[in-house]
Design a protein around this ligand. Structure first.
Ligand code: TRP
Ligand code: SF4
Length: 551
């Protein structure tokens, strides 16, 4: 693991292209981005996350989300992986879940509130909601003692409840106290290899086994909502957690009995070969009598589209021309097609067995509707759509004792800038506002925050403030405006238009912050009763071991 992950954004670098949005945050070009779940949590360049890591822009699904949360509308939630199935389930009322976890390493602060709000919003939209305390991770990766963990765990749970999490409808747990999660972690561990942990997390010979165990535990957390019944599940997190999400998606796939592919003949194709063969098929099907295309015709087509001979009794492929193909995918596709000879070339959906039991395979073959062809390790269906095939594979898997996991989805929010500039960090009290801060202290922290203001009031009136670089504006956009987009926009417009000066602006924000903290802390007290009713042990009965500090 690296602790020297690139961090700060150089927003003033004129050579750097900067994307600004009027509604919170900036995306600035800078150095390399690495995602390290146990490293520093700032992101120098959000765009790189799209280009290099394949995270998709949240804006691309926003329209599909029913009554989107303000964090979604304002671009604070900026990215996602595979959120569509979740949005669709929210719209249609189908089963869907949300889950996130918190390492109880310090006080919950306004950065955590973003995630609490995301969980609660999904719960209000009808999702099964889960919040967990990552106590095993805090103990093994951060070295916290059990009594520290117990105290912080309470605080996270109280804030989550105070903000509106409904414990009757949802589930709260600690990793250490959830036997089902531990059992699932063990199963998932059998699908993960140490070499992957080295590659993904930089683990090495010095990494403790408990730390590795906390990783498979997180994998189990992420899939836990699907343990009774598979369903789309979203994991709202910061982008530093993306490596975990990707691994969980891989492991979910490795647990599946069947893999579904689109095929054209008995041979399995690579993605690149498939594109070529699909094109050959599409072009030839109209040219052949009754659409009767054979593999060898496909091979001829890929060598030379004009050299296809439907009339020959024994069509052949010109060896010399094959030798001249440069593109390896084309060459290998031709090879496979020519070996298959007079086998029909026809599109089909293929169910490949990933070591499924005989029972499961038989059940699947039995239940494929319409024309089908069975092989040793796979069955081809000619009358099913891909979506129908996915559904059938999942049903058969569940009916024959498997999990049938959906790959988990994720959404990513921007990290908040610290009130002192730089990053918001739990270890720098002035940089963040804890949900437990005395309201007057919260007021004072906002009053002394850095701003995007100009040197003099006069300059500010002339040029306007720089709301996009202003941590105080972020407070308005991420928290203080709540659902009121007009108010957030008004602050922004007044700031950049020079009508708003920082003194008054901070005063207004500080007052709102004090009110928020007063209200939140009152609700935390009310939530004590809810917490007491939960079946959740907040006194770890564990003993100390050598090397732990007393506390
Ligand atoms: N690793 C997360 C963190 O550092 C905590 C966590 C544990 C988690 N299990 C999870 C987050 C499952 C999301 C989903 O904060
Ligand atoms: Fe920030 Fe407000 Fe000053 Fe604008 S006026 S720079 S939003 S403190």
């Amino acid at each position: 693991m690296t602790d020297d992950t690139p961090t700060e954004t150089d927003a003033d670098d004129p050579g750097v292209e900067t994307e600004r949005r009027p509604d919170g945050g900036t995306a600035t070009g800078a150095d390399d981005v690495t995602l390290d779940p146990w490293g520093s949590s700032t992101i120098a360049d959000y765009r790189k996350l799209f280009e290099e890591f394949g995270i998709e822009e949240f804006d691309s699904v926003l329209e599909e989300v029913p009554n989107p949360h303000y964090l979604m509308r304002r671009g604070v939630i900026f990215g996602h992986r595979d959120y569509r199935p979740v949005a669709e389930a929210l719209r249609s009322g189908d089963p869907v879940a949300v889950l996130s976890g918190f390492m109880p390493t310090g006080d919950p602060h306004i950065g955590h509130k973003l995630v609490f709000d995301e969980i609660i919003w999904h719960q209000e939209q009808g999702a099964d909601a889960y919040g967990l305390i990552a106590d095993l991770e805090a103990h093994s990766a951060r070295g916290l003692t059990w009594s520290e963990i117990d105290e912080h765990a309470r605080d996270y749970l109280l804030s989550l409840l105070a903000l509106g999490f409904d414990p009757d409808e949802g589930t709260l747990y600690r990793q250490s106290g959830n036997r089902e999660v531990q059992d699932l972690a063990f199963e998932l561990g059998s699908k993960a290899r140490f070499a992957e942990f080295e590659g993904i997390y930089g683990f090495d010979g010095e990494t403790s086994v408990s730390h590795m165990q906390s990783v498979v535990t997180q994998m189990a957390d992420i899939l836990y909502p699907q343990i009774e019944e598979p369903k789309p599940t979203v994991i709202p997190v910061g982008p530093d957690q993306d490596p975990h999400v990707r691994l969980a998606r891989d492991l979910a796939a490795r647990m599946r009995f069947f893999k579904i592919t689109e095929a054209y003949f008995s041979q399995e194709l690579t993605a690149a070969e498939r594109v070529l063969v699909a094109d050959a098929h599409a072009s030839l099907v109209d040219r052949a009598d009754d659409g009767d295309v054979r593999c060898v015709h496909g091979a001829q087509y890929l060598v030379d589209p004009d050299a296809v001979d439907f009339d020959a009794d024994r069509p052949s492929v010109d060896d010399r021309a094959v030798g001249e193909i440069d593109d390896p995918a084309r060459a290998s596709a031709v090879e496979k097609l020519r070996n298959a000879g007079m086998e029909p070339l026809r599109p089909r959906i293929r169910f490949l067995s990933r070591d499924a039991s005989d029972d499961a395979f038989e059940a699947l073959v039995e239940r494929v509707d319409g024309e089908k062809r069975r092989y040793d390790e796979h069955v081809d269906a000619f009358d099913l759509s891909r979506a129908e095939a996915e559904e059938l594979a999942r049903e058969v898997e569940v009916d024959t004792g498997g999990y049938g996991f959906y790959p988990p989805s994720s959404i990513y929010h921007r990290f908040m800038t610290g009130l002192t500039g730089g990053k918001m960090s739990s270890s720098i009290p002035a940089s963040h506002i804890s949900l437990l801060d005395d309201p007057d202290n919260g007021y004072a922290k906002v009053k002394s925050a850095t701003t995007g203001g100009r040197d003099t009031a006069e300059e500010q009136r002339q040029k306007g403030g720089e709301a996009d670089k202003c941590p105080v504006y972020e407070l308005y956009a991420y928290l203080l405006s709540g659902d009121d987009d007009d108010f957030a926009k008004e602050v922004y417009d007044e700031c950049v238009g020079g009508e708003r000066l920082c003194g008054d602006c901070k005063e207004q924000a500080a007052v709102l912050m004090r009110e928020f903290l007063e209200d939140h802390q009152e609700k935390r007290e009310e939530a004590e009763a809810l917490l007491a009713d939960l079946d959740l042990d907040l006194d770890s009965p564990r003993r100390r071991v050598a090397g732990e500090t007393t506390d």
